[in-house]
Every structure is written in C-alpha cells, then in structure tokens.
Design a protein around this ligand. Structure first.
Ligand code: A3P
Length: 298
C-alpha cells in the first residue's frame, strides 16, 4: 500500500495550503507596511491565534469579540488575502503572517510579535492541523509517521521550521520586534500579557498598568475561553475546519514521537541552532528527547 502524503500548492519553491490564492501570496509580500501596523509573525502552530487574540483584546480594552465577529477577518493572514485587502484594513492594521523574515514586508517602526514554539510540539500540532483540513491537504487519514518525515525534511506548508525560526532569531532584539515563546506564555500568561501590552504601547500600556484589566485579558484569552468561543467565531467557516484551539499544552509530543523520531528532530534542532543562542530556547528539551544518548552531542 502506498503511503498518503499531504498535498500542497507549490509556488516559487514554496509550499502553501491548497486553495491559498497564489495572487495573495505574491502581492502580500509586496505590501508596503505603515508605521502603525502590528504583525503577528509565526511559523504555523506556534501560538499565532492566541497571540492575535491577546493583541486584539489589549487594543479593545479587554472587550471580547462579539457574536459574529471573526478574528481572521479583523486580523487576517497577509499571504492569504494579499496586498489590496490588507490595505483596506482600518488603522492600526492587524496582520498575521507565516512568512520567513526575508519575505515579510518590513517597516522599521511597524511592530512585529514573533512567537516561537518548540519544534516537537509544533510538529504534533501541525500534524493534527494537516489532517483536519482535507480541502487544504487531502490528508484526513494520514499517519503521524508520514507527517513527521515531511516536517523533519521541511517539506510542509510555509517551509522548514528551522529556516523560519532562524530567519527571525537575529532580529529578536530589534526595538520593533517582540520575541516570545509559547512555552513562556503558558508558564505565566499574565506576564506575557503585560509584556505584549508594553510593547504595543498607547492604549495597551494603560491595560498593563491595571491588574484587573490584565486579569481580564488573561481570562478572555485563556485556553478554556478561546476553546469554547472558537466555535462561535468560526460559525461561518466550513464544516471541515479543524480546531485552532486544540490541546494547548507543552510536552504533548511524547505521546507521538518514537525514540528514533525524537533523536532525528533533536539532531536537526542542534544542527540548526548550536552556537546561535537559540539552542537555549527550550532548556532540557534535547535531553528529554534523547535521554542519555551520547551520540547526540548536547
Ligand atoms: P495544540 O495543537 O498543541 O493544542 P496556531 O494558532 O499558531 O495555529 O497555534 C495553535 C496551537 O496553539 C494549538 O496547539 C492550540 O491549542 C494552541 N492555542 C490556541 N489558543 C491557545 C490558548 N488560549 N492558550 C494556549 N494554547 C492555545
């Protein structure tokens, strides 16, 4: 029996979900940002939706989305909808992108929130996502082993996880970039909300100064609330829409990875990050993945 692989639209050497308009991908990269723009830039499945909603709440005084409002309309995906649709957004424009830094429209004063997540949990989340969107990937009955191979080779939509992380990593200290990790956000969501608020400035700074408002944003953007609400927000979406708010934990990878897979991804992680500082983003991860295997030098 031949293995089923996820299908993609390949354009300009780049894999996109099937059905993503090539025009959006092309024109989105030509978009000229404004100083007031706020980007949430991530590799897929690294906490994009969560961060988008925190930003949204901070800019709207903690007021949750009303019935019928959709986050993906208010805070759309640049390379899906393209330049013209983004230019039509109200100011400040809220923009999501999964593009590597080199392809992301850049403005020295626009704000970029980058969220990194450990590649092990990212791969698992991406696997569930890829199975969950048959119209984009035709992989509804695909296996973890096949998806893992695609992920570890970087043959998935939006490219290689490590190319993405390592393109943004050198920009992490730029004054208009806030580099976050999903795991630290999970550890202390209130601190994350405050950090994001200070970075956004303006009205969001006032939220950061008020512990009750911080608590409100943490509560509205909590996993439990977002999980329930995603059904309301996504009522207009097709029935085959998978959950963007699925499990929301760190460490789920241990339930999917074989010992050989853990080792391969740990080797990739080390090969791509060692000596850059990024190898310290997830302390203990490589050790957890390879145990005391001395062939993988940590
Ligand atoms: P899991 O699939 O591991 O549960 P993205 O928005 O980039 O697609 O990321 C999706 C991942 O973020 C999913 O991970 C999802 O459950 C998690 N997530 C979404 N909202 C969250 C929240 N409020 N708190 C914690 N995790 C959240």
């Amino acid at each position: 029996m031949t293995e089923r692989y996820p299908k993609y639209t390949v354009h300009d050497g780049f894999r996109m979900p099937m059905g993503f308009p090539v025009e959006g991908f092309e024109s989105g990269q030509r978009y000229k940002p404004e100083a007031t723009d706020i980007f949430v830039a991530t590799y897929p499945k690294c906490g994009t939706t969560w961060t988008q909603y925190i930003v949204y709440l901070l800019l709207h005084g903690g007021q949750p989305l009303a019935e019928g409002q959709r986050l993906d309309v208010l805070f759309p995906h640049l390379e899906e909808i393209g330049d013209a649709a983004v230019r039509a957004l109200p100011t400040p424009r809220l923009i999501k992108t999964h593009l590597v830094l080199e392809r992301t429209p850049w403005h020295a004063e626009a704000k970029y929130l980058y969220v990194a997540r450990n590649p092990f949990d990212c791969a698992v989340s991406f696997y569930h996502h890829t199975r969950g969107f048959p119209k984009h990937y035709d992989f509804a009955d695909g296996t973890w082993d096949v998806f893992f191979e695609c992920f570890v080779r970087g043959e998935v939509d939006f490219g290689d996880y490590f190319d993405h992380l390592m393109s943004w990593w050198p920009k992490r200290s730029a004054p208009n970039v806030l580099f976050l990790t999903y795991e630290r956000m999970l550890d202390d969501p209130a601190a994350a909300v405050q950090t994001i608020a200070r970075f956004l400035g303006g009205a969001a700074t006032r939220v950061a100064a008020d512990p009750k408002m911080v608590e409100c944003v943490v509560e509205q953007s909590s996993f439990g609330k977002m999980r329930v609400n995603q059904r309301r927000w996504s009522s207009a979406r097709p029935a085959d829409m998978p959950e963007f708010v699925r499990k929301g934990v760190a460490g789920d990878w241990v339930n999917h990875f074989s010992a050989a897979q853990s080792r391969r991804l740990a080797e990739r992680l080390l090969a791509r990050t060692q000596g850059t500082g990024a190898e310290s983003l997830w302390p203990g991860l490589v050790h957890a993945a390879v145990g005391n295997n001395s062939e993988v030098a940590t």
